[in-house]
Ligand binder design. Sequence first.
Ligand code: HEM
Length: 133
Amino acid sequence: MYERDVELFNDSLERCSCEPEFLRRFYTLFLASSDTVAKKFERTDLRKQARLLKTSLYILMLASGESERVVHMDRLAKLHSRAELDIKPELYDLWLDRLVQAVKEFDPMFGMETETAWRRMLQPGIEFMKSRY
Ligand code: HEM
């Protein structure tokens, strides 16, 4: 993990988080991306969900090392696994693409470098979640 990515990701997340609409926009995009996704969130309070997601974005950032991932993300990975929410690995790629799309719309300083930083920061956590499916 590069120091520069951490900084770019964190600053961009701060700018986006100033806008209460940011994570709601993400969920609108994500739910529209697939019927499977929309079905999974049929009974979810999306405002509460957006709050939980914000916290977990910081967790994903902190969980850059292998051992931190196991400690911080074990419960979340288990919840999303086949046995519980049954979130198929390919849905994580949609998740990341729609999240980056929302960042693009909300971060006034968005550019290629910012996009790369988001992807690099979140990829290890996503791979971990997929591997626990
Ligand atoms: C790395 C990517 C992801 C992160 C960080 C994440 C994070 C979270 C968090 C924090 C929760 C709430 C857990 C709790 O209630 O304690 C949650 C629940 C949930 N997530 Fe994810 N998630 C991710 C990917 C996905 C994907 C790809 C899907 C696909 C549809 C998904 C579907 C759900 C569903 C259905 C719930 C339960 C909602 C409810 O309680 O009604 N998540 N997720």
